[in-house]
Design a protein around this ligand. Structure first.
Ligand SMILES: Nc1ncnc2c1ncn2[C@@H]1O[C@H](COP(=O)(O)OP(=O)(O)OP(=O)(O)O)[C@@H](O)[C@H]1O
Ligand SMILES: Nc1nc2c(ncn2[C@@H]2O[C@H](COP(=O)(O)O)[C@@H](O)[C@H]2O)c(=O)[nH]1
Length: 217
């Protein structure tokens, strides 16, 4: 019997301007599908109230973060809103080699680096747009997690982040969270079918052919 290469996991990248809904969509996806592994980023940003080290982020000093970069421990990294953020490499490689899909919440620079990495063939990238700039501003304020100064900085950067939308495989407008989450589900289902097409189905079609031959005998 023909041996098939082991199935590799997908790297699902979510990017958007701050406040468009990546974290909300990620949490919904993880709640529905426990096989998806979230890539917990490292950051030099201070924890928000309620955030726990090792759950939302690995909170690092600049020195420790830069040491991880220097030792090739990051799959990608970038400065965003004055803080350093990066995706630790080892858990991602371990997961996708074991066939698990990995979900990333990263800015456009991280998305670009992952798309250009050695893992590029496994990447599915999704850009999330807000329905309007006024609604983006409203969501950042309603989240009530950041100071006025931080919100102003994020709003000022949002135009530049949005300018990268066209580099992504899929673009969703997050008007209604249920509808947007359903669209993300549909993307994942279709991309998994595409990934599994070769390894899974050639065995299956060989089985159908043997069944044909049995009927001819
Ligand atoms: N479709 C939606 N309608 C209304 N509110 C929403 C919708 N999607 C997300 N929100 C709310 O908007 C706020 C920002 O969402 P979220 O934190 O998920 O954004 P984000 O893209 O992850 O932001 P950041 O990049 O800053 O981490 C949250 O309070 C969230 O509950
Ligand atoms: N390039 C990367 N960007 C990241 C990573 N983790 C998060 N982010 C992006 O930072 C901003 C701000 O996040 P917040 O938690 O401070 O609101 C947001 O756009 C994230 O997508 C990362 O590992 N690499």
């Amino acid at each position: 019997m023909q041996t098939q290469p082991p199935r590799r996991g997908l790297l699902i990248i979510l990017s958007s301007p701050s406040g468009a809904g990546k974290s909300t969509l990620s949490k919904r996806l993880m709640a529905r599908d426990e096989t998806v592994q979230f890539s917990i980023s490292a950051t030099t940003r201070a924890p928000r109230p309620g955030e726990q080290d090792g759950r939302e982020y690995y909170f690092k000093t600049r020195e420790d973060f830069q040491e991880l970069v220097r030792t090739n421990g990051m799959l990608e990294h970038a400065e965003v809103f004055g803080n350093l953020y990066g995706s630790p490499r080892a858990p991602v490689e371990e997961a996708i080699n074991a066939g698990r899909d990995v979900l990333f919440d990263v800015d456009w620079q991280g998305g670009q680096q992952i798309r250009n990495s050695a893992l590029r063939d496994a990447v599915v990238s999704v850009f999330i747009l807000p329905p309007s700039i006024a609604e983006l501003d409203r969501r950042l304020r309603a989240r009530a997690q950041d100071s006025e100064e931080v919100i102003a900085k994020r709003m000022a950067e949002s135009r530049s982040e949005i300018s990268h939308w066209d580099a992504y495989d899929y673009v969703l407008v997050n008007r209604d969270i249920d509808a947007c989450a359903a669209e993300l589900d549909a993307i994942l289902t279709a991309e998994r079918l595409r990934r599994d097409r070769q390894p899974g189905l050639s065995d299956f079609v060989q089985g159908l052919n043997r069944e044909f031959e049995g009927r001819l005998e």
